[in-house]
Design a protein around this ligand. Structure first.
Ligand SMILES: NC(=O)c1ccc[n+]([C@@H]2O[C@H](COP(=O)([O-])OP(=O)(O)OC[C@H]3O[C@@H](n4cnc5c(N)ncnc54)[C@H](O)[C@@H]3O)[C@@H](O)[C@H]2O)c1
Length: 245
């Protein structure tokens, strides 16, 4: 039986947890082969058609290593999901240079460098797709979140540029704006502060936090043949929180 992505190959960064893991699992379910790249030393899960590479996406040699690993295993690349990301930092007045640099390196520069390394392979694909994970902070801002907000706004700009540069090769580039999703990033806040879940659930039109699968479903759609004319788009998967000030 053929599935949606039979015969196609994907890289998912940050695929050991949360949104990346749910996405990788969904793509495998739909017939793709998937390389997950994560900074954690060991894979947190195993599956047929899943390869694991331990790497820091922001390290200098990582883009070449990641692409070499994918091509060695699959012989092709069709989907690039730039998902690995981190939060942190402080208010601008007290922000240290190295904290700023690290967040920008992981959330933005790695997206640029891995995309650049992937483009020659995506150009050979019959269904080239780039999906970058932004945030509602690609549109909004919050005190104490300057580095994260800047990185996620820039992911939007980079994605639109990729879409314009690659469209004639049949490659689409889109970004997702997740709302508050139950993952490793939000886990500590959810555990420490009952008000977190309450606040974001009430802000959502759907009345709950998002689950990683809510994001994986949207990414999966953008990877299908049916989404071939959707590009340069920022897709909010936030339960409606952004329109509820
Ligand atoms: N969870 C949310 O509410 C939310 C909201 C908006 C955007 N996002 C974005 O979603 C993406 C995925 O995060 P998540 O929420 O699933 O969190 P998560 O912590 O569950 O997963 C992130 C994964 O990325 C990996 N990672 C982090 N830094 C890395 C690096 N330098 N190199 C390689 N791997 C690295 C982690 O080890 C982890 O496995 C991030 O880009 C995040 O900014 C999350």
């Amino acid at each position: 039986m053929t599935s949606l992505h039979t015969g196609l190959a994907a890289i998912v960064t940050g695929g050991n947890s949360g949104i990346g893991r749910a996405t990788a699992a969904r793509l495998i379910h739909e017939g793709a082969q998937v390389l997950i790249v994560d900074v954690q030393p060991e894979p947190s899960w195993h599956a047929e058609h899943l390869q694991y590479l331990q790497a820091d996406v922001a390290a200098d040699g990582s883009p070449a290593k990641i692409l070499a690993c994918a091509i060695d295993h699959f012989g092709q690349l069709d989907f690039l999901i730039n998902n690995a990301g981190m939060v942190g930092g402080s208010e601008v007045e007290t922000m240290a240079d190295d904290a700023w640099d690290r967040i920008l390196d992981v959330n933005l520069k790695a997206v640029f460098r891995i995309s650049r390394a992937a483009i020659p392979y995506l150009k050979h694909s019959t269904r080239g797709r780039i999906v970058n994970i932004g945030s509602i902070m690609s549109n909004l801002a919050g005190p104490g979140m300057g580095a994260y907000t800047t990185s996620k706004h820039a992911v939007a700009g980079l994605t639109k540029t990729l879409a314009l540069e690659l469209g004639t090769f049949g490659i689409t580039a889109n970004y997702i704006l997740p709302g508050a999703i139950v993952t490793g990033i939000t886990g500590p806040a959810i555990a420490a502060d009952p008000g977190f879940t309450d606040f974001w659930s009430k802000k959502s039109a759907i009345g709950r936090l998002g689950q990683p699968e809510d994001i994986a479903n949207a990414i999966n759609f953008l990877l299908t043949a049916e989404a071939a004319f959707i590009t340069a788009h920022g897709l909010a998967v936030d339960g409606g929180v952004m329109v509820n000030p």
